[in-house]
Ligand binder design. Structure first.
Ligand code: GLP
Length: 244
């Protein structure tokens, strides 16, 4: 779906998420949301915060799982995804702290493998993700599933691509400060969501979105795996769709 502006598109996406939260509330069941970081979802979170403040949208029944986190990374580091999520959403709504799940950037190397298995198990034990919000990286990554990621991969540690680190460099004040690794939900984890919405804004994403939407399914562009998902929508603005 192509919108004139990312602002307009973000409001529609936020409305869908709010509708799902309310539907689950009426059924008295938790709403399991997979959430993303980066600049793409910021306006969606802004709109959800507005709906909480002005329209009384409650997050009391919401359980969230974030896609990824740099590794290693302290929670209070302003470049952490933990910090990002609190700054843009969690600090401003009534979500219960115990319902927030973000991969830990401080888990020890020895515990990392089991930690990733447990993250995956927790999602499954809650019945899976009802909704997964995604951005896309220039490498075609979703979460931090870089080129080469298996379509069935689960939560795991991953080595970041050079392009991903170059793109993150300004936020870290230089590429040397960008972590080389991250923990990410897998492509399989993402694909198991009942509904997926991928956001793409601006001309810098046009090329990778052309490959993702019109190209062959390939591990070299992990987002192409979404072509096989039966309930995915790519929500784009004019710039991002300019090569389609
Ligand atoms: C990071 C995140 C991705 C995100 C991507 C794009 O790599 N791990 O989940 O989709 O950035 O970021 P932006 O939305 O800022 O373009």
């Amino acid at each position: 779906v192509i919108f004139d502006s990312s602002q307009e598109a973000s409001i529609i996406v936020a409305q869908e998420i709010a509708g799902l939260i309310k539907e689950k509330q009426s059924l008295n069941t938790p709403c399991i949301l997979g959430l993303a970081t980066g600049s793409s979802p910021i306006k969606v979170y802004e709109e959800l915060v507005r709906m909480h403040k002005e329209e009384g949208l409650s997050f009391a029944n919401v359980i969230t799982f974030n896609l990824d986190e740099y590794y290693p990374m302290d929670k209070d580091n302003i470049q952490s995804y933990f910090y990002f999520m609190h700054e843009h959403l969690f600090n401003h709504v009534d979500i219960l702290p115990e319902n927030i799940n973000i991969p830990s950037g401080t888990i020890s190397n020895e515990e990392l493998y089991q930690y990733c298995i447990d993250y995956e198990t927790k999602i499954k034990s809650l019945g899976g993700l009802d909704f997964q919000l995604l951005g896309i990286g220039r490498t075609g990554h979703i979460g931090f599933n870089e080129p080469g990621s298996h379509f069935n991969s689960g939560t795991r540690s991953i080595t970041l691509d050079h392009i991903t680190r170059v793109d993150a460099a300004p936020a870290f004040l230089g590429i040397d400060n960008v972590p080389r690794k991250a923990i990410t939900m897998g492509v399989g984890t993402v694909r198991s969501a009942k509904r997926i919405v991928l956001l793409g804004w601006g001309i810098s994403k046009a090329n990778v979105l052309k490959k993702t939407i019109e190209g062959d399914i390939t591990p070299q562009v992990p987002a192409t795996y979404l072509q096989e998902h039966n309930n995915t929508t790519f929500v784009l603005d004019k710039g991002a769709s300019s090569e389609l």
